[in-house]
Unconditional design. Structure first.
Length: 291
């Protein structure tokens, strides 16, 4: 409160200082000082240069591997605010632009790179419970509570210089790290259609996945007897891992949750952390769990 009071004291009567999660002009012209050219080898973005990515190997590797697994740049789309004075737009929602001018002529706001999502700010809270039972209960309770908190703290009304017709960052973040292949992104109704896969990928890269890897939860995991009644949506999971967990004595709710993580591929593995003892190190687990 003291910080906000000092800020308001420095403003003129007609000025406000909104709290935003991001820089509104990210990706618009020469938005940085010094300015850099877009279309770098890491992001291959029409709007933002590679220089905006933090130089730790994890971050450019994430951006590069998401694009490589997906087979294209990420596709971020948010509704554009329109009023009586809005211009007529040339391109509809399924159009993929090839230039900034084409992107600006679309009927929604379009972006094409990970920084538009992972470049947003937030306060990240880590909670540690006393045991796994409390952790599972907390997980389920937060699943219902956090969307309300997201709405109450909405502070992302802009993207790429445009005013959007929504104001939360979650969808933008989710789309910015969507590494699903075209086959994984296809509607579930077409899952029976024959498509060629890649054996190096989880599910050969052809298992339909309803959403990005970074999104809302897929299932509740609590140990309560009635938890199963709330898990009424289909879930993509690795059946082999599910059966292995059940055989090891893990209950069904938790086994489904862990097995569904293995429907995804790890995106970043450092060369010196490939051959490790999983009884003592959790790097392999966190490569899936944390992304």
């Amino acid at each position: 409160q003291l910080r906000r009071a000092r800020l308001r004291a420095a403003l003129r009567p007609e000025e406000v200082a909104p709290t935003l999660t991001h820089f509104p002009l990210l990706g618009v012209g020469d938005f940085s000082e010094p300015a850099f050219e877009p279309q770098g080898p890491v992001l291959q973005s029409m709007f933002v240069p590679d220089e905006v990515v933090f130089t730790h190997p994890r971050f450019p590797t994430l951006a590069r591997n998401i694009r490589a697994r997906r087979g294209s740049n990420v596709d971020i789309r948010r509704p554009k605010l329109k009023d009586a004075n809005s211009a007529q737009f040339e391109h509809a929602s399924d159009f993929v632009p090839r230039s900034v001018e084409e992107a600006n002529a679309m009927d929604h706001v379009y972006a094409d790179a990970m920084p538009f999502g992972m470049g947003l700010s937030c306060v990240q809270v880590t909670m540690q419970a006393a045991n796994i039972s409390q952790s599972r209960l907390l997980y389920d309770q937060l699943a219902a509570l956090t969307p309300v908190l997201l709405a109450l703290t909405a502070a992302t009304p802009f993207m790429r210089g445009w005013i959007c017709d929504d104001d939360v960052r979650w969808g933008q973040i989710s789309q910015s790290v969507d590494d699903r292949t075209p086959a994984e992104r296809r509607p579930a109704a077409s899952a029976h259609d024959a498509v060629s896969g890649d054996d190096r990928l989880a599910g050969s890269g052809t298992r339909p996945l309803a959403k990005s890897r970074y999104d809302g939860i897929d299932c509740y995991i609590g140990a309560r007897a009635d938890t199963a009644t709330f898990n009424d949506m289909p879930i993509a999971m690795d059946q082999e891992h599910f059966e292995q967990l059940l055989g090891a004595g893990v209950d069904c709710m938790l086994a489904r949750h862990v097995a569904h993580l293995f429907a995804r591929d790890p995106l970043v593995i450092f060369a010196d952390r490939i051959e490790i003892d999983d009884r003592h190190d959790i790097d392999h687990w966190e490569n899936l769990q944390s992304t």
